[in-house]
Write a protein that binds this ligand. Structure first.
Ligand code: 6PG
Length: 244
């Protein structure tokens, strides 16, 4: 996959199923890690990454120098790390516990703290650890999911103004559950070198089509605001159904 440095390209890859998508994401990660000393990656949460992480652990143990990867999250829930809702906890179960990843390379949201403290702590960690470009932390890879309402990270349509926050992270609240979250915001998400949406399932097809094809009202969805230097949509056939 070649990206011209002076041309903004959005690339769309469509896969037969989650396994094929996960395998391709592993190859992408492997290729990026080969010629870098470190890879700063912000992970997405929810359920889609579980299949991806399981496959990476099963098939890419020796294809990726895991010690190079520095793990962050685009968002996490304000729960303890061992809580079933924790994105960190999910990643530990499906990826970290199966691979030789140094604990010192894992920078989790401290969801057990009061939300304002968790936000402030994560801002400090991301600002201190992640190399900068344009005066902002710059991730090599920003891994994002998309909800069926068009949210990404934990920026939901009803609170889309969080995207424009000058802060690296903000407190967010899930619209249905009221669950408190810590989320990265648009300035750091869009400062990434490569932004990869990994989206699967037929329930995402409508929003994928509206966003990728810029249909009426698409800009109301936070996922539509993500770009970065390079933007890649990795979709299974179900999520891409309205594109084909
Ligand atoms: C989270 C995620 C969120 C997720 C979407 C899609 O913490 O839930 O970061 O942005 O990527 O909600 O989730 P699914 O993959 O479970 O559909």
């Amino acid at each position: 996959m070649n990206f011209s440095s002076d041309l903004y390209i959005m690339e769309i890859l469509i896969f037969e199923d989650k396994t094929a998508l996960a395998r391709s994401f592993g190859e992408l990660l492997s290729g990026i890690a080969i010629d870098r000393d470190s890879v700063y990656i912000a992970l997405s949460g929810g359920s889609t990454p579980k299949v991806i992480f399981d496959l990476l652990a099963a098939e890419f143990r020796r294809k990726i120098d895991w010690g190079k990867l520095k793990f962050f999250w685009g968002d996490d829930r304000c729960v303890p790390p061992d809580h079933p809702d924790s994105n960190y906890g999910m990643t530990r179960q499906h990826l970290f516990d199966k691979l030789p990843i140094p604990e010192s390379n894992i920078y989790r949201v401290k969801g057990e703290l009061p939300v304002a403290e968790a936000v402030a702590d994560y801002i400090e960690v991301v600002d201190k650890v992640v190399p900068k470009k344009n005066g902002l932390p710059r991730f090599d890879i920003m891994m994002l999911g998309m909800g069926d309402d068009g949210h990404t990270a934990s920026i939901f349509p009803y609170a889309i103004d969080l995207w424009e926050s000058p802060n690296l992270c903000e407190e967010a609240t899930h619209p249905q559950s009221g669950q408190k979250r810590v989320t990265m915001t648009g300035n750091v998400i869009n400062n990434s070198e490569l932004t990869v949406f990994l989206v699967t399932g037929s329930n995402k097809a409508e929003k994928v089509d509206e966003i990728i094809n810029g249909k009426v009202g698409f800009s109301q969805y936070p996922a539509a605001l993500a770009d970065g230097d390079k933007l890649l949509w990795m979709l299974d056939k179900e999520a891409a159904a309205n594109l084909m």
